[in-house]
Write a protein that binds this ligand. Structure first.
Ligand SMILES: [Zn+2]
Length: 306
C-alpha cells in the first residue's frame, strides 16, 4: 500500500494493477482503497471526504465497477466495451477515472480480448484495477500489462484478532471453520448464528446417513434458509470424511482425535464422497440460477443413503 501511495505521490502510478487475492482476503477492499487514493479530495486517501465516501458507496461518478451481470458467472464483452468508452471520456471531477473489474477471472475470452485493447492504449489519468483469485486463468498478454499486487490470506490468529477487535468477541473460529480463512466475509456474519447453523447442518447430515432424517423435510427447510452457508457446511463435512479415508493410519489417530473428526462410516465409500462433493459444488454454483433448490438438495441427501 505504501508503495502505491508513493507511486501516486510522484505521478508514477501504473495504468493497470492486478490484485491477486486469496478468496475473501480483501482484494476488493484494496481495490476500493486504490480508488480512494486517486479520487480523494483531501490528503489521499483520507476515507472521510465526499469523494472517499462516494467510492465506498460505489457512487462516485469517476469510478466504474464491473462485475458479472446477475444470473451470469461471466463478465461479457459488452461490459468491457462500455468500460472502454467510459474510460475514454474525461473525468467528471477533472481528475482520475478508475475502473475495478472483480473478479477478473470471470472475464470470458472475448471480454478479455476487448480489455487488451484498453490496456494497450490507456487513456491518460486512468487506473484499471483487476481483482483475481486465479490470475493464471487470465491471458498472459493481460497479466504482462499489469503491475501485480498480492493479498495473502491472513493466519487464523490474525483473523481472530481482527474480528474480535472490529466486531467484538464471539465464536469467530466457528465462522472461519465454515467459510475458510476469509475474515472480511466472516465479519458480515453472526458467529452465534453460524455456529448453530453449522452444528444443526452436521447433525442433519449424520442423520441422513443413518437414515433417521426425512430428506424431503430437511431439503425444504434448508433450501429456505441460508442454503449457501449450509452447502459450505455440507462441503466441509464431505471433505472431512474424504480426509479421514486418505490419511495413513499413523496420522489417522491424530486426525480422529481432533474436534471435527468423526468415526468412519461404512455406508459411503471414497468415490461416492468425491461425487457428492462435485454435486454439492455444482449446486452451490447454480444457486443464482432459477433451479428447484429443494429438489436438488433432496436428491443429494438421498444419495447419502445409497
Ligand atoms: Zn478522501
Amino acid at each position: 500500500m505504501s508503495a502505491l501511495e508513493s507511486a501516486h505521490a510522484t505521478g508514477r502510478l501504473p495504468h493497470a494493477i492486478l490484485i491477486h487475492e486469496a478468496p475473501g482476503s480483501g482484494g476488493a477492499a484494496l481495490a476500493t482503497w486504490i480508488a480512494q487514493l486517486v479520487l480523494c479530495e483531501s490528503r489521499p486517501p483520507c476515507g472521510k471526504c465526499a469523494a472517499c465516501r462516494h467510492v465506498l458507496e460505489a457512487q462516485h461518478p469517476d469510478l466504474t465497477l464491473v462485475h458479472p451481470l446477475e444470473d451470469s458467472q461471466q463478465i461479457r464483452i459488452e461490459q468491457v466495451r462500455e468500460l472502454g468508452a467510459e474510460l475514454a471520456l474525461t473525468s467528471h471531477q477533472g481528475g482520475y477515472k478508475v475502473a475495478v473489474i472483480e473478479p477478473a477471472d470471470a472475464l470470458n475470452r472475448f471480454a478479455a480480448n476487448a480489455l487488451l485493447k484498453t490496456l494497450e492504449e490507456p487513456a491518460p489519468r486512468t487506473v484499471l484495477v483487476l481483482v483475481a483469485h486465479q490470475p493464471s486463468r487470465l491471458p498472459a498478454t493481460i497479466v504482462s500489462r499489469c503491475q501485480r499486487v498480492s493479498v495473502r490470506a491472513p493466519t487464523r490468529e490474525q483473523s481472530r484478532a481482527w474480528l474480535t477487535a472490529s466486531r467484538g468477541p464471539g465464536d469467530w473460529d466457528a465462522v472461519l471453520d465454515v467459510i475458510g480463512e476469509a475474515p472480511l466475509a466472516a465479519a458480515a456474519l453472526d458467529p452465534t448464528a453460524v455456529a448453530q447453523l453449522a452444528s444443526e447442518t452436521v447433525r442433519g447430515l449424520d442423520q441422513a446417513v443413518q437414515g433417521s432424517a426425512d430428506p424431503v423435510g430437511l431439503a425444504e427447510r434448508w433450501s429456505r434458509s441460508e442454503l449457501a452457508l449450509r452447502l459450505t457446511c455440507f462441503e466441509n463435512w464431505l471433505t472431512e470424511r474424504i480426509h479421514g479415508r486418505l490419511v495413513i493410519p499413523a496420522n489417522r489417530a491424530e486426525v480422529r482425535s481432533g474436534a471435527h473428526s468423526r468415526p468412519p462410516d461404512s455406508v459411503l465409500n471414497t468415490q461416492v464422497l468425491f461425487e457428492l462433493l462435485d454435486r454439492v459444488r455444482e449446486l452451490k454454483a447454480a444457486l443464482a440460477t432459477p433451479i428447484n433448490r429443494s429438489l436438488a438438495l433432496e436428491s443429494l441427501l438421498r444419495s447419502l443413503r445409497n
